[in-house]
Write a protein of this length. Structure first.
Length: 334
């Protein structure tokens, strides 16, 4: 509904939720309040899921409200988490109960528990499927997300550790901690279609989408291996015992948690150089970047906290208490 004369010579249009002032032809001043637009015009809720290995729980942190929303009991020794591309489910790998907990992200309740291989360390979700790295079985378990049960088992390299998905969801990347290698799994066939050499004891992996580049943290080599199509791998020196890796969605910055240095290395992806080092809590391990790229979330296993980094200033702006020995962290895509 419009108040005032639509042909007023000084009519002004306000933003949603603001006061409008209209001066009509006769000089009459009319005030109106513009209605707020539908909810979709507001920032969406982005949740961070932190796996607390020592307390068998997942801490759910609302990144927009900047507060802990819930603490969810899961299986024994949860080490990693992933969120489905549609944001409706979170999947938690429980290393000592050999299963995956499925959390409904609306109710923040566990709605299913799915058995997998021995000592699951890594998990990633793509449309319709979930892949789990079975560290103790040298396999990857493939879960049908709709039916909530395993449908395939893929032989992997020695001590498979961490998983990441390509931006289009067509491939899954797997680090083999005992094999100094990165495996590439074709989602369509559930087969390994390529293998790349990495540094010693590869741990975290990120595939942000920059022309197919993949970043692997080598815990035994104090380095990150950059794998790019049609090129020789590049090695970037970082801090001691690099573990988790996260990257901005625009593929410009890569963040690496250095466990023994209590720092995060910031790599400028186009030049493959470290441009900043950020002090965080004790024994940082997991890294996740929110969809907009403005905030980076780092779990500090030795401090029972999560550091929140402002990606513009490369500074910690908040330290959030979570559960005991937090390892993994995953952020919902929307």
């Amino acid at each position: 509904m419009r108040l005032g004369k639509r042909d007023g010579p000084l009519a002004r249009v306000g933003r949603p939720g603001t006061l409008l002032l209209t001066i009509g032809l006769g000089g009459t001043v009319v005030f109106a309040f513009s209605p707020v637009q539908p909810a979709e015009s507001h920032p969406s809720r982005i949740l961070a899921f932190v796996t607390n290995t020592g307390s068998d729980t997942v801490t759910v942190y609302d990144t927009r409200l900047e507060e802990v929303r819930a603490t969810v009991p899961v299986g024994d020794a949860p080490v990693a988490a992933a969120v489905a591309p549609d944001g409706n489910r979170a999947y938690v790998a429980n290393a000592l109960s050999n299963d995956v907990s499925v959390i409904n992200t609306a109710t923040l309740k566990v709605v299913a528990t799915i058995p997998v291989g021995r000592v699951p360390f890594g998990v990633v979700a793509v449309p319709d499927r979930v892949y789990v790295a079975d560290h103790g079985s040298d396999t990857v378990t493939v879960i049908d997300a709709g039916r909530g049960r395993p449908v395939a088992t893929i032989p992997a390299g020695p001590l498979p550790h961490t998983l990441a998905a390509s931006p289009d969801g067509a491939q899954v990347l797997l680090t083999n901690n005992g094999g100094r290698s990165l495996s590439v799994i074709d989602v369509r066939t559930n087969k390994i279609i390529a293998s790349h050499r990495t540094g010693l004891f590869p741990h975290g992996v990120a595939a942000p989408g920059r022309a197919g580049h993949v970043y692997v943290a080598n815990t035994g080599s104090r380095s990150v291996t950059v794998v790019a199509p049609g090129a020789e791998p590049v090695t970037v020196p970082v801090g001691r015992t690099p573990t988790g890796v996260g990257a901005t969605p625009f593929s410009e910055w890569v963040y690496v948690a250095n466990m023994r240095d209590n720092t995060v290395s910031v790599i400028h992806a186009p030049t493959a150089r470290v441009t900043a080092t950020i002090p965080v809590g004790r024994r940082p391990e997991g890294v996740a970047v929110e969809p907009g790229g403005d905030r980076v979330y780092v779990t500090n296993t030795g401090s029972d906290t999560m550091s929140v980094i402002d990606a513009q200033d490369n500074k910690v702006i908040a330290t959030v208490p979570v559960g005991e020995e937090p390892e993994g962290v995953a952020v919902s895509p929307r």
